[in-house]
Design a protein around this ligand. Structure first.
Ligand SMILES: NC(=O)c1ccc[n+]([C@@H]2O[C@H](COP(=O)([O-])OP(=O)(O)OC[C@H]3O[C@@H](n4cnc5c(N)ncnc54)[C@H](OP(=O)(O)O)[C@@H]3O)[C@@H](O)[C@H]2O)c1
Length: 500
C-alpha cells in the first residue's frame, strides 16, 4: 500500500502504478517489471488510458497521452510525474510536442535479405503449406478461415504462447470467438511458437529454416495496434517484425509474401482531398502523428524494398475493419464501437463531416486470400477501401430510427461535454486525453485529423477490377448492415437498448 507522504515521490508513483497495472492485468504486482515498456504488457490503447486517467486524478497533474512517447516505462514515467508534482505545474507542453521521426531514414532492409532464387509462380494458386502471422487477432482469424476454405493448404500460425497446446487453444478459441470454428480445421492448423519482435521471429534457427524450406506462401497480418504508443515503442514488432517475415519469405526458397498494410500509409495531410490509387507512391509522411500509422508506413516501404529486390509480394490495405456483414460478429473493443457507444451514452454525436471508412471483415479476408492466389496480383497493392463509404450522419440517423435518442451538437460543444463525463462507464471517459490532445502546428485533435477534408480519397477501382471475376463484393454500408451490427452488439451485452 502506498502511504500518502511518499505518494508524490518517484518511488511512490512507481509503486502506485505497479499496483494499478497489476490490478488492470489481474496479475501479482511482483510480476511487473518497471523497466519494461508498458506496451510489452499487452496494454491496448483504452486500458493504457485507464491508467493515465486514474493517475491524473490521483496526482492532480495533466498527463498527455503523448507523455508515453517519451516515458514508455513505469520507471521513467514515475520520475517524470514526480518532477511535475514537485514543480506543481500543469504545464506539460514540452512533453506534448510531437516527436518528428525521419521515417524515410527508418526504411532500411537488412542488406543480407535477398530472395534465394527466382520465384517459380506455377504453384501460387495451389499452396500446400502457408505460414501466417496474426492468427490470434481479429483479421487473422478470418484469414485462417478463408485459407482453409478457399485452398487445401495447411496453415502454420505464429503464436505467442507458453507451449504448443496453449498456442493451438489460443488459435481455436479465437476462431470460436468470431463464430467461424469448425472441427474439420483442427488437423490443418499448426501453431508455431514465436514472437514477431524477436530475431528470426523468436523461432530457433532450425525451425526457421524448416519453415523457410517448406512453406509455399507467407501471410503477414500481425502487428501491435495501439493508438497511444510512439513509433519507438511499436517499431520492434511492426517494423523489425516485418523485416523478419520478409527474411522468412526470402530464405532457402523464394515464397510470395502477402502483407497486410493499411490505408494509413496515406495519412499525411499532403494527400488530403487527393485521389490515391493502389499503385501510387506514398513518399510523404510529414503530419502522420500516430506512432502506429508511422510503423505501417515504414513497414510497407520495407515490403516494397523487398519487392524491388525480387521478392514476389502482394500488399493489402484495409481501412477500418468492421464486423462480419452477415453475422455482425466483430471486434467489440474497436475504436468505432467505443465511440458509438460513448456518444450514445452522451446522447449526442459531434456534427462533423466524417465518412465511415470501414469494410466488413468477411470482405477484407475473402479479398486478401482470393487476390493472393492470382498470379496477376504479384507485385501489386490493393486498397480494400469500401467502394461506397457512408457519411457518419447516416449512422446517426439509423441509431435514431432504432429508437435511441441521439442528436448532433456542434463539435466544440461535444468536446466540452466530453470534459463533463465523470463516469468510467462511458468508454469515452478513458479516451478523453486521446480525443482532446492537440497535435501538429495547427493544434488539431485526432478527431480533427479524420475530418473528410483532412482525408485522402482512396480509390479502390483497380482492386474492384481485380475482384471482378470472383463473387466477392463488399456489403453496402446501409441500415441493414447497421441492424446486423447493432443486433450483435446488443446480443453480446456491449450495447444496451434504452428503456423507452
Ligand atoms: N483492425 C483494423 O481496423 C485494421 C485496419 C487497417 C489495417 N489493419 C492491419 O490488419 C492487421 C490485423 O489487424 P487486427 O485488427 O487483426 O489486429 P489484432 O486483432 O490486434 O491482432 C493482432 C495480431 O498480431 C499479433 N501480434 C502482435 N504483436 C505480436 C508479437 N510481438 N508477436 C506475435 N504476434 C503478435 C497478435 O497476437 P497476440 O494475440 O499474441 O496479441 C494478434 O494475433 C494488422 O497488420 C493491422 O495493422 C487493421
Amino acid at each position: 500500500m502506498v502511504t500518502p507522504n511518499k505518494l508524490f515521490t518517484a518511488e511512490g508513483i512507481q509503486e502506485w502504478m505497479v499496483s494499478k497495472l497489476a490490478e488492470l492485468l489481474s496479475v501479482a504486482p511482483n510480476t511487473i517489471d518497471v523497466q519494461l515498456p508498458l506496451e510489452n504488457y499487452g496494454l491496448d490503447s483504452s486500458r493504457a488510458m485507464i491508467l493515465v486517467t486514474q493517475a491524473q486524478e490521483v496526482f492532480g497533474v495533466e498527463i498527455s497521452p503523448v507523455l508515453l512517447w517519451h516515458y514508455p516505462t513505469i520507471e521513467a514515467l514515475a520520475e517524470r510525474l514526480a518532477e511535475d508534482c514537485q514543480e506543481n505545474t500543469e504545464d506539460s507542453s514540452s512533453a506534448t510536442q510531437s516527436v518528428t521521426v525521419d521515417l524515410q531514414a527508418e526504411v532500411v532492409l537488412d542488406p543480407r535479405i535477398y530472395p534465394a532464387s527466382p520465384y517459380i509462380s506455377d504453384f501460387i494458386s495451389y499452396p500446400d503449406n502457408v505460414f501466417l502471422t496474426g492468427g490470434t487477432g481479429f483479421l487473422g482469424a478470418f484469414l485462417i478461415y478463408e485459407l482453409l476454405t478457399q485452398t487445401d493448404a495447411d496453415v502454420y500460425c505464429l503464436v505467442r504462447a507458453a507451449d504448443e497446446s496453449a498456442g493451438k487453444n489460443k488459435l481455436k478459441q479465437n476462431l470460436q470467438k468470431y463464430a467461424i470454428w469448425s472441427s474439420d480445421f483442427d488437423s490443418r492448423i499448426t501453431p508455431i511458437l514465436g514472437d514477431l519482435s524477436q530475431p528470426l521471429l523468436g523461432i530457433s534457427r532450425e525451425g526457421f529454416e524448416m519453415l523457410a524450406a517448406n512453406m509455399d506462401a507467407v501471410y503477414h497480418s500481425a502487428a501491435t495496434l495501439n493508438y497511444v504508443y510512439p513509433y519507438s515503442a511499436l517499431k520492434t514488432a511492426n517494423v523489425l517484425g516485418t523485416q523478419e517475415v520478409i527474411r522468412l519469405a526470402s530464405t532457402i526458397k523464394t515464397k510470395p509474401l502477402h502483407y497486410v498494410s493499411s490505408v494509413a500509409v496515406f495519412e499525411s495531410p499532403f494527400y488530403a482531398g487527393k485521389v490515391v490509387k493502389e499503385d501510387d507512391e506514398f513518399n510523404e509522411y510529414s503530419g502522420i502523428f500516430l506512432g502506429y500509422s508511422q510503423t505501417k508506413w515504414v513497414a510497407e516501404k520495407l515490403v516494397k524494398v523487398a519487392r524491388d529486390r525480387g521478392l514476389p509480394v502482394t500488399i493489402h490495405r484495409p481501412p477500418l475493419i468492421a464486423g462480419h456483414s452477415q453475422t455482425g460478429v466483430g471486434n467489440i473493443d474497436d475504436f468505432i464501437n467505443l465511440m458509438a457507444k460513448g456518444c450514445i451514452q452522451m446522447g449526442c454525436f459531434p456534427d462533423v463531416d466524417y465518412m465511415m471508412d470501414m469494410s466488413p471483415v468477411d470482405y477484407v479476408s475473402k479479398a486478401i486470400v482470393y487476390l493472393s492466389l492470382q498470379k496477376e496480383s504479384l507485385g501489386k497493392a490493393f486498397n480494400l477501401q469500401h467502394p461506397e463509404p457512408a457519411p457518419l450522419k447516416d449512422l446517426v440517423n439509423w441509431i435514431s430510427q432504432f429508437g435511441i435518442p441521439i442528436k448532433f451538437v456542434p463539435y466544440q460543444e461535444w468536446q466540452n461535454q466530453l470534459l463533463n463525463i465523470t463516469s468510467p462507464d462511458n468508454p469515452l471517459y478513458t479516451l478523453r486525453p486521446f480525443l482532446l490532445e492537440r497535435w501538429s502546428e495547427k493544434q488539431l485533435t485526432i478527431p480533427d485529423l479524420y475530418l473528410k477534408s483532412n482525408r485522402p480519397i482512396i480509390s479502390c477501382e483497380a482492386t474492384q477490377k481485380a475482384l471482378a471475376d470472383s463473387s466477392i463484393t463488399c456489403a453496402p454500408v446501409d441500415s441493414r448492415l447497421f441492424m446486423t451490427y447493432a443486433s450483435y452488439l446488443i446480443q453480446s451485452g456491449f450495447l444496451k437498448m434504452p428503456q423507452i
